[in-house]
Structures are given as C-alpha cells and as structure tokens.
Ligand binder design. Sequence first.
Ligand SMILES: Cc1cc2nc3c(=O)[nH]c(=O)nc-3n(C[C@H](O)[C@H](O)[C@H](O)COP(=O)(O)OP(=O)(O)OC[C@H]3O[C@@H](n4cnc5c(N)ncnc54)[C@H](O)[C@@H]3O)c2cc1C
Length: 566
Amino acid sequence: MKTFDIVVVGGGGAGLYAAMEAMKTNPKLNIAVISKIYPNRSHTSAAQGGVNAALANTAKDDTVESHIFDTIKGSDYLADQDAAEVLCRDAPGIIRELENIGTPFSRLDDGTIAQRPFGGAAQPRCCYCADKTGHTILQSLYEQCLRKGVNFYNEFYILELSHDNGRLKGIIALDIKTGKIVPFNSRSVIFATGGYAKMYWNRSSNAAGCTGDGQAVAYRAGIPLKDMEFVQFHPTGLRKSGLLVTEGARGEGGYLFNKDGERFMSKYAPNKMELGPRDLVSRSIETEIREGRGYDSHAGKYVHLDLRHLGADLIKTRLPQIRELSMYFEGVDPIEEPIPIVPTAHYSMGGIDADNDGRTIMKGVYAAGECACISVHGANRLGGNSLLEILVFGKRAGHAAAMEAQENDPSPITESELQRQHKYIRGFHHHDKHERYGIIREELGKNLADNVGIFRTKALLETGYENVVELKKRFKKVRVFDTGDIYNTNLIQVLELQNMLDLSQTVAMGALLREESRGSHTREDFPVRDDENWHKHSMFEYCDDDICVSSKAVTMGKYELQERKY
Ligand SMILES: Cc1cc2nc3c(=O)[nH]c(=O)nc-3n(C[C@H](O)[C@H](O)[C@H](O)COP(=O)(O)OP(=O)(O)OC[C@H]3O[C@@H](n4cnc5c(N)ncnc54)[C@H](O)[C@@H]3O)c2cc1C
C-alpha cells in the first residue's frame, strides 16, 4: 500500500495553501488533497468582502500593532494573544505572496492594493477583489497546486482518522463516485475541512457542505475541540435564504434602518455605527426586531440595509455580486430599493484545538482554517480575519507538516478497519430503520436557531441540548433508502448529519455551561462578562458518545483585560 507524506483533508483556502507550502518546503514529498467537492467549489469561494492586512495603503498610519489590538478586543479578550500576533504580523507577507501568484486585487489610483473599512477595525485594512475575494484567492491557489504536482482526490469523503492507540496511520475515505472505501496511509494529516455553521440549516450563510466533518472525525478519534459554543451570527443575511450580504456593503457606506426609518445603530455603537463588530450589530438588529421595530412579512421579520445613496456606479463596480444575489433571491435591486436582511449563522469560532503551527495533540495530525481553533478569534471574529487565518495558518501547518513528516513511520491501515466501515455504512440500509434524514436535519436546524441562537438563556439551552440528545437517539434509526454505490448523496447527507449532531451537542453543552456573556455568546440570564470565572477556553473530549468538558487558560500578552466599547 502506498504511503503519502501528507494527506490534506479539504481543498478550500486553508487546505490548498497548506499543500502549496508543503510542496514549496520539500518538492520531493508525496502530497494528496482529498475533498468531498471539487476544490474550487469550497466555501472559500463564497467569501466576498476581503482579507485584512495592515498594508497602510488606504490609511497611511495603519500599523500591525493596531491590527493585533483590534483582533484581541474584537475577540472579547478570549483570543490567545500570541496567536493573534502571528496572524497580524504574517498578514502583509501573505498578501504579497497572493499578489505574486496572480490574485487580481482591486487597486487604488496609485496602483497599490485598495483597502476598505470593515467592522471592529480602527483603519480601512481589508484588501479585496471587488466582492469576489475568496473566489479569486482559491483559483490562484488551485493553479499553484496543480503546477507543483499535488495529487487531488476529488469527491472523496473522510470517514475516519486511522490510528493505533494515538499513533497515526492515515485516513479512511469513501470514494463518492464509486462507493468504494479507500485507505490513505500517511505520515501526516492536515485537517482543513471548514466550518460547521450550516448546522443552523436555512438560518445560515454557509454552503451546504459546511457540516463540520473534520472536527467530528478528529473529535471521535480523541482529539479535543475548543470553544465550540461561540458561533458567529453575521448581521446581514438575506431574509428568505440566509445568504450573505458582505460586511463590505456597510464598509462602502451602507446604512441599517428599522421600520420607523431610524438609523438605529446610533443607539448601540454611536462611534462605529454600522461598522461595529458583528456580535454587537447582530444583537442590535435582533433587539430592534424583538421590540417591534422590524418589518414583518410572510418570510419573517427583518430590517433594511440601504445602499441607494452609494449610487449605481459604486454598487455595480464594488458590490456586483451583492446586487445579483439581492435581485435573484429577494427580487430587490439595491440601486433602487433597500435590501431586507436578518442576522444569519455564519462562522464557527470553535474547532479542533491546535497550536500556532496547526499541531494537535496527536503526533502528525494538524488542523488549519475554519475547522481549527488556534485561537485567533476568541469569542468573536472580525470580518476579513478568517480569509487571513486560513492563509496564514494553512501555510504554517503545511510547512510544519513538511518538516516533520519524515519523523513518522505509520503502520498500514488494515483490511478489518475497512471492513468495519463497510459494515457500518451497509447498516444504514437495514429494513428495521424508519427515520428519515430530511426530518431530523430540519428539526436540528430549527432547534439550534430557536434555542441556541443569538440570545440564550438556561431554559432555552437546556431544551436545545435535550433536543439534540433526542435527535441523536432517533438518528440511530435513520435509513438510507438509496442502496446504490454510485454518487449516493443520500448516504453522504446522513454521514454529514451524524457529524453535525455530534458537534451541535458540544455547542449546546458549552453554551449551557458558560454562565456569562462574551462576544457572540449572549446569555440574557448572565448579561455581563465574568472574567474571574470564565476567562478561559472550553475544551470538549469525546467520551463514549458523551462529552468530557474541561478548560484551558487563555494565553495573555501585553493587552490587559478591558471593557469592550465601540
Ligand atoms: C458567504 C461567506 C462569505 C465570507 N466572506 C468572508 C470574507 O469576506 N472575509 C473573510 O475573512 N472571511 C469570510 N468568510 C469566512 C471564510 O470564507 C471561511 O472561514 C473560509 O473560507 C474557510 O476556509 P477553509 O479552507 O477553512 O474551509 P472551506 O473553504 O470551507 O473548505 C473546506 C474543504 O473541506 C472539504 N471537506 C469538508 N468535509 C469533508 C469531508 N468529509 N471529506 C473530504 N473533504 C471534506 C470540502 O470539500 C472543502 O474543500 C465568509 C464565509 C461565508 C460563508
């Protein structure tokens, strides 16, 4: 059986940067990227607004130090300060590398890369390619990986991390095209499988595949997850679909209005207005709606995002995709009318616990990108810092894996391990099973949106947690009615659902235990941040289908804890 030096699971920005960097570090390595969808369709391609770096092009007095402080303050002081520093210091170099491989950034008149203001940032430092930033970055990285000879296994779905008492052997995957179960023996594995916010179903901006598979596979293999309760709601999702309207729309000067025509952010963030951090703006919108100042419609309650005063030229050149999405999915042309919006589950701050080079507790296993919790975003991520994170830490994990791969000599994945997976999958077709995927999937999403959403209380969270436990019981009876091997999408959805159920249990449990309000986690029964008892990371380990919870200290640096005001 062939042994790879590195298997990267995930072909989004984090995975492709990791593969590119690993090849650069040692071109002789045998590297595979496995991805359940074609790499250039990964969710990174949906990123619109941009990527932060203190280049000081638009604002000449911007500094890396200011970027670090904004990130730590934005995180509500839960970020590890050494990690935030790495993120911001590496940022300008990363943008230059992207420029060198041909990413077509929008430009200022003097030819330098243009930067727009983003929420929670002291300066305009978000570099962008109109409103298609992620798409262009992903294409550039994919080209480089092909050029450097990375092996791609597209439409392969990871089932399990194979190890022998914590000694890595590789991964086991399902070939979606044929239904075959395939072993990938490997000296190292980099998880880069993206986020889990799609568990909120249609109250989410995420693509269908953002189901937290990597986190769930790592968790079940004994690798701890961290800070799972922190799920970011983005302020501006389209009312009917949850699809995203980039923060760039407010960065370019868009206003938020309630039904009384009031620019209500003046009450909540008088200095930053619409460019307050996401947690604060989302809570403000939700409060306006709850207190009866939202619009009402058959598709739900909402407020308005108004771009009309920006003019047709700006909307067409800098926000073309936003215009297109608003027209297709809401029937509204933002040049003529305001856009109906509502907060939407957007980003998972929590994930696989990893150090600044992506190392996890299992030797040879790394994590980078949205699936990892390194942790640079703490309790609340700033817009433009996630694309940055996937690039900075994708690169660092790729480099570390390339340097360390030769240290491992994995024993082969056995036939009996493959047979066990085969039997498990076949079990879903059994005739005594009667539960349906779609029903459990929808109930899970609704349960999370209703009970584990923006505003949380003990009673809601208890209900939310119990519902997940109940759904997990029902899941054992889920039947996959399609018994075929080729492109069995019903089977893939069921496997994804299992991952979301395991992860949502940690999200609800973490939210229930954390008796304070910090960043995206707002407890109405504990409205104040409680540094004495809760200035720590939550850790989750898989214990026989139950959760063992512990905590880990936050790495501090020169920034003292302060009240967060905007
Ligand atoms: C609509 C939207 C707009 C955004 N805009 C911005 C922005 O402007 N700026 C910013 O900084 N951030 C933005 N973000 C966040 C940012 O885009 C993401 O956090 C980031 O792109 C995640 O990249 P990733 O490489 O970690 O994962 P992804 O790009 O999600 O890639 C995950 C990869 O893992 C693979 N995978 C998953 N599960 C499996 C499995 N079981 N088996 C095999 N492969 C698997 C997938 O096929 C995919 O290739 C946005 C997010 C969304 C949803």
